[in-house]
Design a protein around this ligand. Structure first.
Ligand code: ACO
Length: 316
């Protein structure tokens, strides 16, 4: 069984909010936000949109592009930290019903901004074991509902959106969909660094500096480790697709590893940090632009609350 990504999709809400619009009602500025984060705009869900409705649109796009029927899907995984219902039911179950995936099992994967890389490894394991043949992996977030819009330190950072990939086994195609075992880690001693709703507050809390320091330390470690485990060099990687948390984290990682920044895909300027959705949104954009070529080594890098982090390594 050789797992590979068969198709991608995304859905971005219509409403675009610029830094200037935020600066009109908060003590901040386009200059501060852009220089500290690389963000220019973000998109926010409409009142009638939910994490599952965004996920549904992204998943529909991925299925249509692959020419697969909903009834063929065996498993739906939704990486999210902002589900429709805190606890249960899962967004994945709502998507399963609305998409008409009558044969699919469904569950959410909760690992914050690392959720998508955790979910991709879960999908890979199901495919390799033969427990599933077609898996929809979706990242979807509506962080706008858990942000304190009067807190300039957090609300400027995030946006809403969804991305999806369809993973399957490569039957009629040459076996170049080389999907290596991922590296995933968690350090729960940092659990209080970044939390969604808390007992005493309905809003997201973040110690930004601590998340930043965690990211710039863990990402190069994981990149080095997965490459050496697989006998690859940095130069073998065509693309690194990092979680889009902060352009400065990505720039510092590129510098630390000695890799040109143009091998890191970045779209944070447009979408801000869409947490579990940022990597699949990036993949879909890259796919649409024709940036991903058969045989290219691609590394997905996630990090965030937990604290958690992980990397997926595969050939496109
Ligand atoms: N506009 C203007 N000033 C601001 C703003 C703002 N929007 N936000 C904070 N400031 C001020 C602060 O009040 C502070 O002022 P002071 O020095 O007078 O006290 C000053 O700017 C510096 O604040 P810091 O928090 O130290 O700024 P820093 O350079 O660390 O940047 C940032 C903050 C952008 C949040 C950075 O720490 C970061 O990106 N961290 C990583 C965050 C991240 O990745 N989060 C998502 C993780 S993903 C997940 O799992 C959900």
């Amino acid at each position: 069984m050789v797992p590979r990504i068969l198709s991608t999709g995304r859905y971005i809400p219509e409403r675009c909010v610029s830094n200037d619009e935020l600066s009109a009602r908060l003590d901040t500025s386009d200059e501060w936000i852009f220089s500290h984060t690389g963000i220019k705009t973000r998109y926010l869900a409409a009142d009638n949109e939910t994490t599952s409705s965004l996920a549904l649109r992204a998943a529909q796009a991925a299925l249509e592009r692959a020419g697969k029927a909903p009834g063929e899907v065996d498993l739906i995984l939704v990486a999210t930290g902002s589900p429709d219902y805190p606890g249960f039911p899962s967004c994945a179950s709502i998507v399963q019903e609305q998409l008409g995936c009558s044969q699919a099992a469904a569950m959410d994967v909760v690992a914050a901004c690392s959720g998508f890389v955790y979910a991709v490894e879960t999908a890979r394991s199901f495919l390799v074991s033969g427990a599933a043949r077609l898996v929809l992996v979706i990242g979807s977030e509506v962080f706008s509902r858990i942000l304190d819009w009067s807190d300039r330190a957090t609300c400027i950072l995030f946006g809403d959106g969804a991305g999806a990939v369809l993973l399957g086994t490569d039957e009629g195609l040459p076996p170049n969909g080389d999907f290596r075992r991922s590296l995933l880690m968690s350090d729960g001693s940092g659990a209080e660094t970044l939390t969604s709703r808390q007992a005493h507050s309905p809003y997201l809390f973040m110690n930004g500096r601590r998340v930043y320091n965690f990211a710039i330390k863990i990402v190069p470690e994981l990149v080095g480790k997965i490459l050496s485990e697989n006998g690859l060099a940095l130069d073998d990687l065509r693309w690194i697709v990092p979680h889009q948390a902060n352009a400065r984290i990505i720039e510092s990682t590129a510098k630390g590893l000695g890799i040109p920044l143009n091998r890191f895909y970045m779209n944070i300027a447009r979408y801000a940090n869409t947490s579990g959705a940022s990597i699949p949104i990036a993949l879909d954009e890259m796919n649409e632009k024709g940036l991903l070529k058969r045989g290219d080594w691609v590394l997905l890098v996630g990090f965030g609350a937990g604290l958690t982090a992980g990397v997926n390594l595969f050939r496109w």
